[in-house]
Write a protein that binds this ligand. Structure first.
Ligand SMILES: C[S@@+](CC[C@H](N)C(=O)[O-])C[C@H]1O[C@@H](n2cnc3c(N)ncnc32)[C@H](O)[C@@H]1O
Length: 399
C-alpha cells in the first residue's frame, strides 16, 4: 500500500510540478505565475473567487483538489490520497497526578496520543526518546510502562529541567545531553530499545532512522517536522523508490508542508493577514514610486508593532532598509496590499492542494526505507490537525 501510494504521489507531484513549486508570495511580487501559459482559464477562475470561497477552499484542500480537476484532470486523484487516523486518546484526562506538570495543553494532547500509539505496539524492554526536549513523551512512557527511558537532547537546560521533573516523580528516566550528529550519539542506541521521537526536525529524524537500523532496534515510532532543516542543499531520498522517483526538492520547497496555520487560531490568522498585506503594500509602494525595481526583503517584525498601522510599518521598513520615502497616499497602498494579499491566498490554494501529498511523500520515503531494512511499517496520523498539523507518524517494527 505504501509503495502504490508513494508512486501515485510521485506521479502527481512530477506531472503538476509547475503548480506547486513556485511560492505564491513570489508569484504576486513578480507578477509571474509559472503555469499561466498552460492554464489561463484556471487563473481567471481563481482571480474571480470571492474571499469567502477562498477561505472555504483553504480549509478543505481535498474539496479544492476535486474542483481544480476541471482544469487539471488528474488532480482528482489527490483527494484519494488519504492517511489512516488513529483515534485521539482520552488518556490525558486519566494521567496520574503530577505527570502533566508543566506540560502545555496542546502538547499534552499530542504526547498522550503518541504515547498511546507507542505503548499499543511496543517492542523492546526500554525506550529511547530522541531529541527529547524536556522529555514529556518519555515521562508518559516511563510512567505507563515502568521501563527505562533514555532521553537524548542537545540543550543542557532542557535536560536538567526534564531530569529534575523525572526525579521528583521517581520515574526511571535518564537524560543524556549530546549532539545527534556527533559520532558519540550512536552510543545511546541499543537493540533493547523502542526509539520514539515527537517532532524531530529534518536531518534529526533521518539520523534517528539510520542509527535505529544500524543498531537493529526492535521498533521506531517518530513524528517528523521541519523537513527543510537539513545539511544538504536538497532533499536526499532514503528509499530505493525515493531515489528512482527523480523528484528534486530544494530547502525552500521542503518548507511547503509547513505552510499551514490551523493551530494558530483567529489572532494568528489576523496577524498573518495584516503582516502580509503590509509587506505586499510596501512592495507596491517601493516599485510604483521607483524606490526599488526589485523586491526588497524586509526583516521580521514584532506582531505588536502591526497595531501601529500601515504607515508606521512603511516608515519602520524604510528605516531598516535606509530608504527615504516620498510623500504618498498610504491608504491607497494599504488597499493595494490587501488586494495582493487575496490574490496570493487564491494562488496558494493551488500549491495547498499538493501540500499534504508532499508531506506524505516525505514520510512514505522513510517508511519504504525502513521496509527495505527489514521493518514492517505503517504511516498514519496520531492526532487531529487542530492539535498539531504535524500529525503524521512513521511506525516501524523489526520483523
Ligand atoms: C521541535 S523540538 C521537539 C522536542 C520534543 N520532542 C517535543 O516534542 O516537545 C526539537 C528538539 O530537538 C533538539 N535538538 C536540536 N538539534 C539537536 C541536536 N543536534 N542533537 C540533539 N537534539 C537536538 C532541540 O533542542 C529540541 O528540543
Amino acid at each position: 500500500m505504501n509503495r502504490q501510494q508513494f508512486q501515485l504521489i510521485t506521479r502527481l507531484l512530477k506531472q503538476y510540478q509547475s503548480y506547486w513549486r513556485q511560492d505564491p508570495f513570489t508569484q504576486v511580487i513578480s507578477g509571474q505565475v509559472a503555469w499561466r501559459g498552460d492554464n489561463p482559464e484556471l487563473l481567471t477562475w481563481l482571480q474571480a473567487l470571492s474571499r469567502d470561497a477562498i477561505s472555504t477552499y483553504k480549509n478543505n484542500p481535498p474539496l479544492f483538489a476535486s474542483k481544480i480537476s476541471d482544469w487539471l484532470p488528474d488532480a482528482e486523484l489527490l483527494s484519494t490520497i488519504t492517511v489512516p487516523h488513529r483515534p485521539f486518546s482520552e488518556s490525558a484526562a486519566k494521567l496520574p497526578r503530577g505527570l502533566d506538570s508543566g506540560i502545555p495543553g496542546r502538547k499534552l494532547q499530542q504526547i498522550s496520543s503518541l504515547s498511546d500509539v507507542c505503548l499499543s505496539d511496543h517492542h523492546g524492554t526500554q525506550w529511547l526518546e530522541w531529541c527529547a526536549g524536556k522529555g514529556y513523551l518519555g515521562r508518559l512512557l516511563s510512567s505507563q510502562s515502568q521501563q527505562l527511558v533514555t532521553s537524548f537532547e542537545f540543550q543542557s537546560t532542557l535536560c536538567e529541567s526534564g531530569q529534575s521533573e523525572a526525579d521528583k516523580l521517581s520515574l526511571p528516566m535518564t537524560f543524556v545531553q549530546g549532539d545527534a550528529f556527533s559520532d558519540e550519539a550512536g552510543h545511546v542506541f541499543s537493540h533493547h530499545q523502542h526509539a520514539v521521537a515527537l517532532h524531530a526536525c529534518g536531518d534529526l529524524h533521518v539520523t534517528l532512522i539510520k542509527h535505529a537500523v544500524r543498531g537493529k532496534l526492535p521498533a521506531v515510532t517518530l513524528s517528523p517536522c521541519c523537513y527543510h532543516l537539513i545539511h544538504d542543499t536538497h532533499y536526499q531520498p532514503m528509499s530505493n523508490e525515493g531515489h528512482e522517483a527523480g523528484l528534486t526538492l530544494s530547502k525552500q520547497e521542503l518548507r511547503i508542508p509547513l505552510q499551514e496555520t490551523v493551530t494558530g487560531g483567529e489572532r494568528v490568522k489576523r496577524h498573518r493577514e495584516q503582516e502580509m498585506t503590509f509587506r505586499l503594500g510596501f512592495d507596491a509602494l517601493c516599485s510604483e514610486t521607483g524606490l526599488s525595481p526589485a523586491y526588497i526583503p524586509i526583516p521580521s517584525i514584532k506582531k505588536s508593532q502591526l497595531a501601529d498601522g500601515f504607515e508606521a510599518f512603511c516608515l519602520w521598513a524604510a528605516t531598516k532598509k535606509q530608504l527615504i520615502l516620498p510623500i504618498v497616499d498610504y491608504g491607497h497602498y494599504e488597499g493595494v496590499g490587501m488586494k495582493r494579499y487575496w490574490e496570493m491566498e487564491a494562488l496558494s490554494l493551488v500549491q495547498g492542494a499538493f501540500r499534504r501529498p508532499l508531506e506524505l511523500w516525505l514520510a512514505l520515503d522513510k517508511a519504504l526505507y525502513l521496509q527495505q531494512q527489514g521493518y514492517t511499517t505503517d504511516v498514519f496520523t496520531f492526532c487531529d490537525p487542530a492539535i498539531t498539523p504535524r500529525n503524521l507518524v512513521v511506525h516501524a517494527v523489526r520483523t
